[in-house]
Design a protein around this ligand. Structure first.
Ligand code: NAD
Length: 251
């Protein structure tokens, strides 16, 4: 493995202040990338600095077009281009099933987990096409394969993210651009705030599935796959949807 495999690459990582995003920033920076770390939460974004990663921190809500525009414009102004995009930011839906999901939860989950990644791809793809190179990694979920891991909004959003990844992979393959999705199982992060069950009936069935199905991974066990997919070492991998779940989705 080339330990400086991302040298000369400019990378945007969303949801960079916590969990998988923070681990990805630390790893990519260590592997030579020029990293732009973005998060909606200023306190969390501060952790990038305290984690010792060299990165440009930009506060942004990826659910807002104006913030996405500012993020990409700032990145290009400072670093010239975007070579790699890691669409990592995501929120859960408090495990609400279809009969119980409220519009606020549905719209917010779709906005952060689906529309945000699309808006970012839409902004960075033209530059990648022009340079005939680029890599996008979307952080999906075991919930991209299964109906029984979260609520209806999260499950729908993560299935959609896989469709988006495959569409981009197919359309832009001839432009030298790769787009892949990673699908984590349980990971020790701070996603808990949007993972507080609000429906006991649902929880009674989901709780045992979670207990039986998942080994809690450390965030870097996902970051290592993200880094590899983003690197030239994965030059022939495009449109892949890869579980990183200790076998949860295999069962
Ligand atoms: N933790 C798990 O078990 C698990 C499992 C499968 C998939 N995932 C996925 O991994 C990704 C990362 O989640 P995590 O577990 O590290 O969670 P986390 O909560 O620890 O980190 C997510 C980060 O995203 C940020 N964020 C939230 N909304 C945002 C917005 N609108 N704009 C910008 N930043 C925003 C949060 O502030 C937070 O810092 C998510 O897409 C999640 O769905 C996590």
């Amino acid at each position: 493995m080339d330990t400086q495999r991302h040298a000369t690459k400019v990378v945007i990582v969303t949801g960079a202040g916590s969990g998988i995003g923070l681990a990805t920033v630390v790893r990519l920076a260590r592997e030579g990338a020029t990293v732009v770390a973005t998060d909606i939460d200023a306190g969390r974004l501060e952790r990038v600095r305290t984690a010792g990663a060299e990165a440009t921190a930009i506060l942004a809500d990826i659910g807002l077009q104006a913030d996405v525009d500012r993020l990409v414009d700032d990145t290009v102004r400072r670093h010239g281009r975007v070579d790699i995009l890691v669409n990592n930011a995501g929120i859960n839906d408090n495990f609400l099933p279809a009969h119980a999901v409220d519009d606020v939860t549905w719209d917010r989950v779709m906005s952060v987990n689906v529309r945000g990644p699309l808006m970012l791809c839409r902004r960075v793809l033209p530059g990648m096409v022009e340079r005939r190179t680029g890599a996008i990694v979307n952080v999906a979920s075991v919930g991209s394969f299964k109906g029984g891991t979260s609520g209806v909004a999260y499950t729908t959003s993560k299935h959609a993210l896989v469709g988006m990844s495959r569409s981009i992979a197919w359309y832009y393959a001839t432009d030298g651009i790769r787009c892949n999705a990673v699908c984590p199982g349980g990971v020790q992060t701070n996603i808990g705030a949007t993972s507080v069950p609000r429906e006991t009936v649902h929880l009674e069935r989901l709780g045992p599935i979670h207990a039986a199905g998942r080994r809690m991974a450390q965030p870097d066990e996902v970051a290592t796959l993200i880094s590899w997919l983003a690197s030239d070492e994965a030059s022939n991998v495009n449109g892949a949807v890869i579980p990183v779940d200790a076998g949860w989705s295999a069962g």
